[in-house]
Write a protein that binds this ligand. Structure first.
Ligand SMILES: [Zn+2]
Length: 153
């Protein structure tokens, strides 16, 4: 399960819209440690918009230097990489064969934003294990007060 609070959802969509018709990409971070009881598993705490160095409407690559900087920031903030998002500006929110080939870990969430209908962006999350794509539950509401989720996969 990936828990994307409303503010995070809006930030990701805004970033994708700002790069339209090019693809946008970025990283999603959560708490580094599950022993912090107030931070539920699967909760995205921060969005790191990244530069698409392909500058393309049909693909994306991240700048390795920028990636290293962001990973350093995450460590300093007690965060860990939870997922990678990117937009599709002409196709559905589903990983392309290239996206599947480029996937690096089944422990990451692959978040796809489709702007095929720009007025109605669609966000979906997947796990990718080798060539097997599995939809992942995406929770987009804010946390109900008093609700705590601890542990979990
Ligand atoms: Zn893609």
């Amino acid at each position: 399960m990936l828990w994307v609070p409303k503010a995070v959802h809006e930030e990701v969509i805004a970033h994708c819209q700002s790069r339209y018709p090019k693809e946008a990409c970025g990283l999603l971070a959560g708490a580094a440690s599950r022993i912090v009881p107030d931070v539920p598993a699967g909760l995205v705490l921060q969005v790191y918009p990244m530069t698409n160095i392909d500058d393309s409407p049909i693909g994306y690559s991240m700048d390795p230097k920028e990636q290293l900087q962001v990973e350093k920031q995450m460590r300093q903030r007690g965060q860990r990489l939870m997922g990678i998002y990117h937009s599709h500006t002409a196709t559905d929110a589903y990983p392309s064969p290239v996206d599947v080939n480029l996937s690096i870990s089944q422990d990451l969430s692959y978040v796809l934003v489709s702007l095929k209908d720009r007025q109605h962006p669609v966000m979906k999350s997947y796990r990718i294990d080798g060539s097997i794509v599995t939809p992942e539950e995406l929770l987009m509401e804010s946390a109900p007060s008093g609700m705590r989720r601890v542990g979990g996969p």
